[in-house]
Design a protein around this ligand. Structure first.
Ligand code: AMP
Ligand code: MG
Length: 313
């Protein structure tokens, strides 16, 4: 069982499992693609400083089950293969996206993407607590999770995690009535702006309450046609500067290849060539495509007075 939790400098939690998954991916990617760069969320600094001996012991034990020669030094090396600098071609990994959901017993995901010249070419999401059956996602807490894969220009598929060989194509919903749209948003209020979301829901006449969900599992439910709109507004938390590339790259391609559309809140495509963050974008809108225009019009309708008020301070 991998359970120890530490607190990062931005006060977000990180667990033994985050480090173990990043170490595993760091080692395997290096074996398969020795020249490739990996840009991942964690670094070994927290487990290297000797302040978390129990965590380091747990990570070492877990990986020694696969590679008996595992030592703490090897763990540091494998985790730090993820400290690469984004370039023309790189992989980006969030070992556990939605760590708060993982700890709470709710949704979380492991997200891996290949980015070439600023465009995501391959996206893989594993959602261990989300069932996607026959291309349809059921939001249930399950031990029979799913893996979703998307390849640019080729499509998006899902398979049960326990049988990674039986993939079925997934597709977004066909609903085009804003009033009946199903919206997904961050579980954590502090990761979005709930006032702006409430205003948009009202302007679009959306009947049902937005569904709160952690991690890129939100992209998975849009891609599988269960939700129609995914919205993330910039939070008022000043400590959180800009969205991180590993929080969006894999999910965005999964939605696009399932027939959906992904932009920022101004309708701008996500720009993965700006370093470790989406510094040239603001917020996020992912949709089934049919509702994208209506959502952008709603966003324009609610943005004027609020922006002016922000500028006045
Ligand atoms: P979600 O579960 O969709 O809210 O996304 C989880 C991700 O949000 C985490 O991986 C964090 O990197 C990121 N995050 C943490 N704090 C914030 C914040 N204040 N605003 C936006 N995203 C955040
Ligand atoms: Mg994350």
């Amino acid at each position: 069982m991998v359970l120890s939790t530490l607190t990062k400098s931005d006060r977000s939690p990180v667990t033994t499992a985050d480090f173990a998954i990043q170490a595993l991916a760091g080692r395997l990617l290096h074996e398969k693609f020795p020249g490739d760069i990996l840009v991942a969320e964690e670094s070994s600094a927290m487990i290297k400083d000797g302040k978390a001996p129990a965590s380091l012991e747990e990570i070492t034990k877990v990986l020694a089950r696969i590679w008996p020669e595992t030592t703490p030094e090897k763990i540091f090396e494998w985790v730090d293969r993820g400290t690469g600098v984004p370039g023309d071609r790189f992989w980006t990994l969030d070992p556990i996206d939605g760590t708060k959901g993982f700890i709470r017993g709710d949704q979380y995901a492991t997200a891996l993407a290949l980015v070439v010249k600023g465009h995501v070419q391959l996206g893989v999401l594993t959602c261990p607590r989300l069932a996607v059956q026959h291309g349809k996602a059921a939001v249930v807490k399950t031990n029979e999770g799913s893996v979703l894969v998307a390849c640019r220009g080729q499509g998006a598929w899902s398979a049960p995690l326990k049988d990674g060989s039986s993939f079925s194509p997934i597709a977004v919903s066909s609903s085009s009535q804003p009033g009946s749209a199903v919206v997904v948003r961050s579980y954590e209020d502090s990761h979005t702006n709930t006032d702006q979301l409430d205003r948009l829901v009202e302007v679009l006449g959306i009947q049902s309450e937005p569904v709160r969900m952690d991690s890129q599992a939100k992209y998975a439910v849009v891609a599988a046609g269960v939700a129609d709109l995914l919205l993330r507004f910039r939070s008022s938390n000043r400590e959180y500067d800009a969205a991180k590339i590993w929080d969006h790259a894999a999910g965005a391609l999964v939605v696009e290849e399932a027939g959906g559309c992904v932009t920022d809140l101004h309708g701008k495509p996500l720009d993965f060539s700006a370093g470790r963050t989406l510094a040239r974008n603001e917020g996020l809108l992912a949709s089934n495509r049919h509702l994208h225009g209506a959502a952008l019009a709603g966003l324009r309708a609610i943005s004027g007075p609020a922006d002016d008020a922000d500028k006045r301070g």
